[in-house]
Design a protein around this ligand. Sequence first.
Ligand SMILES: [Zn+2]
Ligand SMILES: [Zn+2]
Length: 265
Amino acid sequence: MKVNLHTHTHSCRHGSGNIADYMVWAEREKFDVLGFSEHVPLPGGLLGTTRIKMENLSCFWKEFDEAVGNYPQIKLLRAFEGEYIPELMNFQKELKEIWDLDYMISSNHYIWENGNKVQFPSQSDPAALKVIVEQSIKLIESGLGIFFAHPDLFFAYGCPWTPDSKAASRDIIEAAKAHRLPLEINAYGIRKQPITAADGKVRKRYPIPEFWELAAEIGGIEVVCSSDAHTPSALWRAVPEIIEWAEKLGFTVVNERLAKEILTR
Ligand SMILES: [Zn+2]
Ligand SMILES: [Zn+2]
């Protein structure tokens, strides 16, 4: 089965294409299951420039229902990409019920300090890494999502692979393993421009090979390979490569299993 569980549209305000535009590509690429997972709308317009507006949700899901009718051969799933924000975990779980979602994705895009967001570090900063580990573990324990998206995103702003960032990675991987939560290898980072990390290495923002090699070494980790498309033509771009890489590292790729679990609920 060809399954992508992580997809954004123009409604997230940093992507392009509506659901109908995506369906043209989904049909062309012979998808079996496609999950639309906009960044979860938050109260008071929090992080408002990067997510769907609360008042646009009815319209968005109407567009979704039209696609369900127009493409009966492709199973479409309703989702949100959730956000680790300490005060808003229950709010997000309630939204899942209100909008009758098939699933949510657990994501951590920022460090949160006293209600304010802080960008992930550009250095291997032990204090920042400590908070990232704490947040990641709380997110895993929250049970919000069916997988943890881009758990290595905290390397995206230049943090190099060091004993400290390796230890942080290990703690996150071990927590996911203990809670049997699949980790996502995210192809969006491959499609983005490379960066020069603090150690001078030019590399992809994510996925971070050392992170995934460590996860493979620890063992017992299941992975989801997602596009995290923000434009229709990227729906499957760079995903075959990461699936091949994941399998080479010895991971079980569970896209299909998760989709089947959702569809039989
Ligand atoms: Zn994300
Ligand atoms: Zn995303």
